[in-house]
Design a protein around this ligand. Structure first.
Ligand SMILES: Nc1nc2c(c(=O)[nH]1)N[C@H]1C(S)=C(S)[C@@H](COP(=O)(O)O)O[C@H]1N2
Ligand SMILES: [Mo]
Length: 475
């Protein structure tokens, strides 16, 4: 086997740029094989997750990032094999492995997973638009790592003010002593509707349909109150960001993390809460039990679950998910040219809508020359903007019909955090059997959706807000 000096090597020598300086070889093992992945890493500057396994077996990492454990990757790896472990060594590595997902919670059977380990699943679209408030057990789940097991009796949230040597520890009881604040807010994954963008040109990421989104009533304490109690002066210009860390972690001990701008965290009207309830119940384990930050109007990724630590800082979170993911790029940026440091992290999401029923190729009845679609879809805009109109067409935009906004919160912008559910009665010319319904929404800033994915395509498949188009058959 390879000596210990190689074992300690590689990660620190890796440079994430075009001019990689690589003075040591990087190897991993898989089952009994030993593989030299140095050239692979140099040629794939984005594919750095394999580096987590450098110097050891990739199996524990593939148990975490199960998407990489597929025939295509195995084939690539096979080409890099440089030797074999002794029988004893490979037996040893297998015995030391246990499934980090074995204590994940049970899930409702209607949540059809896009990936199981980590668990990711969206609500069936037709159920999504049945209710203004998405029931907890149907709410989409987006986990990057195993669900941590947290004992609420011993749980403590750490609040750090950078540079002050001061940390405050708050138990669940301490938190519940702050005034309770309740908001209804939509949470949406940046990758919602990615499956449509990827048809334009392949993108990397989970193949979400239109239902990686949900609307819930969240109750907890205002982040603003907790920060002020921790000695933060809201007018102090020094503070630029508030960072959050979950207690879910990868095999190197790195936790999930993200940050939001300080103004959003401290603003009276920002409504950021440390939530302990979701729709009147303790937050379910999949959604962040016992405490999760809810940042209304802001992309799902910043709504950190299983919150362990808050840091008030001059800097953004340095986590992978803040720095090297969840950012938008030009349609011409590819994996060779992408520079994550050049794009800002996504915060407020742009206006979006989706048709949830009928589904593609469903047969819809024509009555009195119209199709009547109840609970057709949802529309939402980030930044607390409200939906002011949803337009629908079945003739490629020659004529637009204004949808009925059936369900909408009374809150005014920029504190309108919930989605709008809408329906429409659309005239259909007689004899036409195949039609495509298109929908687009307009928000209270008069921002609207782009017509196609062509000019908003981005390599990570985020911000998928082109007109939603659903082909149906009429009868
Ligand atoms: N600690 C932690 N927080 C997290 C995540 C995670 O993996 N770990 N996923 C984020 C992402 S990308 C999204 S879209 C939302 C999903 O929230 P949900 O699972 O409650 O729907 O949680 C965010 N918060
Ligand atoms: Mo997400």
């Amino acid at each position: 086997m390879l000596g210990p000096q190689e074992k300690n090597c590689p990660i620190t020598h890796y440079r994430k740029s075009q001019n990689i300086v690589q003075d040591k070889r990087i190897w991993v093992t898989y089952k009994e094989g030993v593989y030299d992945i140095t050239d692979f890493v140099i040629e794939h500057p984005g594919g750095d997750q394999i580096l987590l396994a450098a110097g050891s077996s990739v199996e524990p990492f593939w148990m975490l990032y199960a998407v990489h454990n597929n025939p295509h990757v195995l084939q690539q790896l096979e080409a890099l094999r440089i030797g074999n472990l002794s029988k004893q060594d490979s037996q040893h590595s297998l015995e030391n492995m246990s499934d980090p997902y074995s204590s994940d919670p049970p899930r409702h059977a209607v949540l059809k997973p896009a990936s199981v380990k980590p668990f990711n699943a969206e609500t069936p679209p037709f159920l999504l638009v049945e209710q203004f408030i998405t029931p907890n057990e149907l709410f989409y789940v987006r986990n990057h790592l195993p669900v941590p097991q947290i004992d609420p009796e011993t749980y403590e949230l750490e609040v750090e003010v950078e540079g002050s040597n001061k940390t405050v520890l708050l138990t669940l009881d301490d938190l519940k002593k702050f005034p309770k604040h309740t908001i209804t807010a939509t949470i949406m994954c940046a990758g919602n509707r990615r499956s449509e963008m990827t048809k334009e040109k392949p993108v990397k990421g989970l193949n979400w349909g239109p239902a990686a989104v949900g609307n819930a009533t969240w109750a907890g304490v205002r982040l603003r109150d907790v920060l002020k109690k921790s000695g933060i002066n809201e007018d102090d210009k020094k503070w630029k960001h508030v960072q959050f860390e979950g207690v879910d972690f990868d095999p190197t001990g790195k936790t999930y993390g993200a940050s939001i701008p300080f103004w959003k965290a401290i603003d009276k009207r920002g409504d950021v809460i440390l939530a302990y309830e979701m729709n009147g119940s303790p937050i379910p384990r999949d959604h962040g039990f016992p405490i999760r930050v809810i940042v209304p109007g802001v992309v799902g990724a910043r709504n950190v679950k299983w919150l362990g630590k808050i840091t008030v800082s001059e800097n953004e979170s340095d986590s992978h998910w803040q720095q090297n993911d969840y950012k938008g790029f030009s349609p011409s940026t590819n994996w060779d040219t992408v520079d994550f440091s050049k794009s800002p992290a996504i915060q407020e999401l742009p206006v979006i809508s989706a048709i949830c029923t009928p589904s593609a190729n469903e047969v819809v009845k024509v009555q009195d020359g119209h199709i009547l679609v109840k609970d057709l879809g949802y529309a939402w805009s980030g930044g607390g903007q409200k939906i002011v109109r949803v337009d629908v067409t079945v003739d490629g935009g020659n004529t637009w019909h204004i949808a009925d906004l059936d369900c909408q919160d009374a809150a005014e912008p920029p504190q309108h955090w919930s989605w709008t559910l809408w329906s429409a009665r659309i005239p259909i010319r007689s004899g036409i059997r195949n039609v495509e319904i298109w929908a687009k929404a307009v928000d209270s800033c008069y921002n609207t959706q782009p017509e196609t994915f062509r000019n908003i395509w981005n390599l990570r498949g985020v911000l998928n807000n082109a007109y939603h188009r659903v082909p149906i058959k009429t009868q």
